[in-house]
Design a protein around this ligand. Structure first.
Ligand SMILES: Cc1cc2nc3c(=O)[nH]c(=O)nc-3n(C[C@H](O)[C@H](O)[C@H](O)COP(=O)(O)OP(=O)(O)OC[C@H]3O[C@@H](n4cnc5c(N)ncnc54)[C@H](O)[C@@H]3O)c2cc1C
Length: 240
């Protein structure tokens, strides 16, 4: 069995780029399909969720989706500095809640959301223009014909690779993060730490989410360093 659908716009990837693109397009009355390969939107979280309140407000994201930050502390092996705002300008998102809110708002505006749908190929016309995508859902073939396709598959860049626009990213960041309940944490201050103690090419962080919850993570630049961020994060936590 196979399924076939027709849309003005097909957005492949239900991360922040895809969900917000679908939301914005639907606001303009466009018939949109948002396609995500995982079981639900934001099943896997791929960010620490730090962003700017100005951007949050542009998307009208509700206040219960983020925790404002006033102080930005930076630590290097020999120095520490804190920059403070009187009014918070940055925030740490409840990532899953925010992405699901975005996709739900898109759905309310008429966007059809297809989860568990893995896109693995594009459909081209005789002039090699992209006119749709195809893939599988529950092991059945599925086809989406569309005037426009947005590749919002993130790092995998499935559509762009299939079209030959990109090959493999040469430089990228890989990270690992724990979300933990801790004592005596300042909820208004984030920390960014650099230096060999943390990571040879990148930085480590502590981002508070309020209610004594923090995200503690480490990011490693590739190919500069071959360190496994998960292993390095475990070492940092054990040492401190
Ligand atoms: C450790 C770490 C920490 C970070 N912290 C921050 C931060 O604090 N603030 C910040 O602004 N940025 C941060 N980033 C960057 C941020 O994660 C990315 O910029 C962001 O996730 C990109 O969003 P996206 O929607 O383009 O892609 P993604 O978030 O990768 O979403 C892509 C979606 O497409 C789906 N998909 C992929 N392939 C297919 C397919 N073939 N068919 C269907 N669906 C598919 C995936 O399942 C996924 O849901 C961080 C990155 C890392 C690695």
């Amino acid at each position: 069995m196979s399924e076939e659908y027709n849309y003005d716009l097909v957005v492949v990837g239900g991360g922040p780029a895809g969900s917000s693109a679908a939301f914005a397009a639907a606001k303009n009355g466009i018939k949109v399909a948002l396609i995500e390969k995982e079981n639900s939107i934001a099943e896997t979280v791929r960010t620490s969720g730090v962003t700017w309140i100005k951007s949050i407000k542009e998307f009208e994201i509700p206040e219960n989706c983020y925790h404002p930050i006033k102080n930005f502390s930076f630590a290097s092996p020999n120095n520490e500095v804190t920059i403070s705002d009187s009014i918070p300008t940055a925030a740490v998102l409840d990532v899953r809640k925010t992405y699901r809110w975005l996709s739900e708002e898109a759905k309310k505006l008429g966007v059809d959301i297809f989860v568990k749908t893995n896109i693995n190929d594009v459909i081209k016309d005789e002039e090699q223009n992209i006119i749709g995508v195809k893939g599988t859902r529950a092991e059945e073939k599925i086809t989406f014909n569309s005037k426009v396709v947005i590749d919002a598959t993130g790092f995998t860049s499935t559509i762009s690779k299939t079209m030959g626009y990109v090959t493999q990213w040469e430089r990228f960041g890989a990270g690992a993060e724990y979300e933990a309940e801790v004592e005596n944490i300042d909820p208004d201050t984030w920390w960014l730490m650099v230096g060999q103690e943390y990571t040879p090419a990148g930085y480590a962080w502590i981002f508070p989410l309020g209610n004594n919850i923090v995200r503690i993570g480490v990011g490693v630049g590739k190919p500069e360093s071959d360190i496994d961020p998960t292993q390095r994060l475990k070492e940092i936590i054990e040492k401190n």
